[in-house]
Ligand binder design. Structure first.
Ligand code: AMP
Ligand code: ZN
Length: 487
């Protein structure tokens, strides 16, 4: 089934047809680096990481260009630096590094391009100038404002009508604005704030213009897919379109938005224990803390357990269920691998890299190609896992039969890679991040090997009991002892 995605602008699921299948482009609004990201902020990068994996599988690894920006110019960054009495660059470097390392723990592949606003100021200034020249923006009191009445299709993405918006406006109107919904493209900076030269005086860009300028610079227009959280539809993405279209003189063209981005995707919001996350309620969960407290894979699984457009409630039950699901799948891989020689398993894994039997592949690909239905893909992983379990129940085991088990388990791992899960070895998974336990187990195994070499059987048995007490099963084979955690 070819990929279909729900397009926010057209409000329907559409067949995905890239402009150029040899160069599929995707842009997702990235973090503003002034603090640790909360768990809601982790939903877009994880969801769009799955989309990128799917696109790479479909079009080829090097045929997809994924850009996720870093907003390193922002009032909140300035405030944080001022509060701490440190340079702005120190704040942005600290939180960007934390973001990237936490993304790594979630197995989110780094984007191909990560443009930083501070590296694109001249391009931003040029785009603002083009919008002014097109008659869609005006300078006033050191600011440059986008004139929303100048763009015919303003409101098309969010489904808002400008006249209704004006009638219901509650925005505080700055005296220099012609229209309450006109938004800032450029603004003056105070003395201690970062600033750059521009034809309108020293200052800095507004938020929306950063993305439209960087998209054009890094990917070129139109891009295939633009993504982000649902809260960005209005005003951020609506304004991006207005800027991107008007900078090229298409303010009066109904369909000009197609020349900016061809498909718009937005993820739903995450709540915590059925409440909106907020500092005043005190229920803001930081990603940085969560990935210290549990395997990143559990967090990733939980984030993918609901369809991306649906709301997702984060609660203990969700985490317990996610851990249990991963235990079950890793358990199948562990039990299959236990029946195979290391060569058989290695060969099956190599085979699955180039060929997954279509029944297994479609279990996971079909739901993902249906607007990135991750719960469906998760069900597909369980379908593959139970097929492998069924094969394992058959005895006696012929060589062909073992080959089938090997290819089934390797297919499970390969298809799970589309979701970015199940990529640890089962041993590592069941041991978790417990480095100390692992060291203790290995030290005990060494002692046991020594005791056995000295034929000190009572000592070897005592050590085995101690290992069992740690929930570790020891298996003696022709190539020495191996071990695993009891599932
Ligand atoms: P921000 O740093 O607030 O610009 O947010 C970064 C990204 O996280 C944006 O794509 C937001 O739409 C998204 N986001 C913020 N809060 C949530 C939430 N509670 N659930 C899902 N996505 C969110
Ligand atoms: Zn953006």
């Amino acid at each position: 089934m070819p990929l279909h995605i729900h397009d926010t602008l057209r409000r329907e699921k559409r067949l995905f047809e890239p402009r150029d299948p040899n160069r599929v482009t995707l842009y997702v609004c990235g973090p503003t680096v002034y603090d640790y990201a909360h768990i809601g902020n982790a939903r877009p990068p994880v969801v769009f990481d799955v989309l990128v994996r799917l696109l790479r599988r479909t079009y080829g690894v090097d045929k997809v260009i994924y850009a996720r920006n870093v907003t390193d110019v922002d009032d909140k960054i300035n405030q944080k630096a001022a509060r701490e009495g440190v340079p702005i660059g120190e704040v942005t470097a600290r939180y960007e590094a934390a973001y990237l390392s936490d993304m790594g723990l979630l197995n989110v592949s780094p984007p191909d391009l990560a443009p930083h606003v501070t590296d694109y100021i001249p391009a931003i200034v040029d785009q603002i100038q083009a919008i002014v020249d097109a008659g869609c923006a005006y300078a006033a009191e050191g600011h440059v404002l986008f004139d929303v009445s100048s763009y015919k299709s303003y409101g098309a993405l969010s489904g808002r009508n400008l006249d209704d918006m004006i009638a219901g406006a509650r925005v505080e109107v700055a005296p220099y604005k012609k229209n309450p919904h006109d938004f800032v493209l450029w603004k003056p900076s105070k003395t201690d704030e970062p600033s750059w030269p521009s034809p309108w005086g020293e200052g800095r860009p507004g938020w929306h213009i950063e993305c439209s300028a960087m998209i054009e610079q890094t990917l070129g227009l139109p891009i295939d897919i633009h993504g982000g959280g649902i809260d960005l539809v209005f005003p951020h993405h609506e304004n991006e379109i207005a800027q991107g279209v008007c900078a090229h003189g298409h303010a009066h063209d109904d369909q000009a938005h197609d020349e900016y981005a061809r498909y718009w995707m937005h993820n739903g919001f995450l709540t915590v224990d059925a409440e909106k996350m907020s500092k005043s309620i005190g229920n803001v969960l930081l990603l940085h803390d969560l990935v210290q407290a549990m395997p990143g894979e559990v967090v990733r699984w939980a984030l993918l357990s609901a369809h991306y457009r649906q709301p997702l409630d984060w609660n203990q039950g969700l985490l317990d269920q996610s851990k249990k699901s991963l235990d079950r799948l890793y358990g199948v891989v562990r039990d299959a691998v236990a029946l195979l020689s290391p060569e058989q398993w290695a060969n099956a894994q190599i085979q699955a890299k180039t060929f997954v039997p279509p029944v297994y592949a479609s279990d996971v690909e079909d739901p993902l190609e249906d607007d990135l239905n991750t719960p469906g893909a998760i069900a597909g992983l369980f379908a593959i896992a139970s097929a492998v379990r069924t094969q394992m129940m058959d005895v006696p085991r012929t060589p062909d039969h073992l080959k089938g088990i090997a290819l089934g388990a390797a297919s499970l791992v390969e298809m799970a890679d589309l979701l970015g899960v199940l990529q640890e070895t089962p041993e590592d998974w069941f041991l978790g991040a417990d480095v100390e336990l692992r060291a203790e187990v290995e030290a005990l195994l060494d002692k046991r090997t020594t005791a056995r070499a000295a034929k000190d059987w009572p000592e070897a048995d005592r050590i085995r009991d101690r290992l069992n007490a740690l929930n570790v099963v020891v298996m003696d084979g022709p190539e020495g002892a191996t071990w695993r955690m009891m599932g």
